[in-house]
Design a protein around this ligand. Structure first.
Ligand SMILES: CC(C)(COP(=O)(O)OP(=O)(O)OC[C@H]1O[C@@H](n2cnc3c(N)ncnc32)[C@H](O)[C@@H]1OP(=O)(O)O)[C@@H](O)C(=O)NCCC(=O)NCCSC(=O)C[C@H](O)C(=O)O
Ligand SMILES: [Mg+2]
Length: 275
């Protein structure tokens, strides 16, 4: 069985828990993670219905190997406590907490499932390493819509103003052994922008990206899977170190580049991630 930390999390698709058709469709989509949203995708009048629908969906199952996550409302909202009680009862694979501001808030969240944390407030962005270090935290998820709103940032196509945070998020996640997912691309009908953002996130080292529409799943999985060239290079590295002549060598030449045993470990991971 794949260890928890090594689960593929290339594509994490949000949907409002009130949208039964979307939940039914999610059971057939190739996304690695399904996120049932009780928070910003659900209108205040629908919060209770959404909570019941999410509980029913978790209990009904049928999501196969997809990881099932519920995004609750923040604990300081009128719905947060009931949402967390539902999670404690229904037991999705993880709970995603929005609007977190500090690591200290997480200690008060008594969730019997792994905690995923939205990084979407300026305070959380500044406290990201401490948040990643909290026991029970299993993933960081960027919420760049909220962060843009809270800061006045205009991200632009290259997301330049967010790039320092993207790096900090990956460093914090790697330092503490948690997963890290990029934010969403709102422009559903702009596949070129989506591809550019997904490629950028992979280049920064993210495990995957959060999504809002089924049309984003396939390009996202492709962006976060090793390319044919990466697979071919990884095979060359593994073959070179398998050669008995390399048995007592730490560094060798492969295809015109210096390769060390640390590259061998990465090559093996690349081959393990082959689609
Ligand atoms: C964005 C949408 C409102 C667009 O809806 P619509 O135009 O109705 O979609 P389509 O007609 O293209 O849908 C075609 C079929 O696909 C299904 N569908 C649509 N979206 C999803 C989905 N997210 N998951 C699963 N299935 C989906 C439709 O049901 C149609 O199916 P069928 O009828 O059987 O053919 C809509 O896509 C949507 O609601 N998206 C998710 C919105 C959401 O969850 N937002 C919250 C998370 S984003 C966020 O908050 C980020 C963060 O916090 C931050 O701060 O940045
Ligand atoms: Mg948000």
């Amino acid at each position: 069985m794949t260890p928890e930390a090594d689960r593929p999390r290339r594509s994490a698709l949000y949907m409002p828990a009130t949208n039964a058709r979307a939940i039914a469709k999610a059971r057939t989509l190739a996304c690695d993670v399904v996120i049932l949203d009780l928070e910003d995708a659900v209108a205040p009048d629908m919060k209770t219905a959404a909570r019941h629908a999410a509980a029913d969906a978790v209990r009904a199952g049928g999501f196969g190997s997809r990881e099932l996550v519920v995004r609750v409302n923040a604990p300081d909202t009128p719905w947060g406590a009931d949402d967390l009680a539902m999670v404690a009862d229904a037991r999705p694979d993880a709970v995603l907490l929005p609007k977190v501001r500090a690591a200290a808030e997480l200690g008060a969240v008594a969730a019997p499932v792994p905690l995923w944390v939205m990084v979407e407030t300026p305070a959380a962005a500044l406290a990201i390493a401490g948040i990643a270090a909290v026991p029970g935290v299993a993933a960081l998820v960027l919420g760049l819509n909220d962060l843009a709103e809270a800061t006045g940032i205009h991200p632009g196509a290259d997301r330049l103003p967010f790039q320092p945070l993207m790096l900090q998020a990956v460093l914090a996640a790697r330092a503490h052994g948690v997963a890290v997912l990029d934010g969403v691309t709102n422009a559903i009908d702009d596949p070129a922008l989506f591809a550019a953002e997904a490629a950028q996130a992979r280049r920064f080292g993210f495990d995957g990206k959060t999504l809002i529409h089924p049309s984003q799943v396939a390009p996202c999985n492709a962006a976060f899977s090793p390319s044919p060239e990466e697979i071919a290079r990884a095979m060359r590295i593994v073959a070179a170190f398998d050669d008995p002549a390399a048995a007592d060598r730490g560094a060798i030449r492969v295809g015109g580049e210096m390769v060390e045993r640390l590259h061998l470990a990465r090559a093996r991971r690349t081959l393990a991630q082959r689609p």
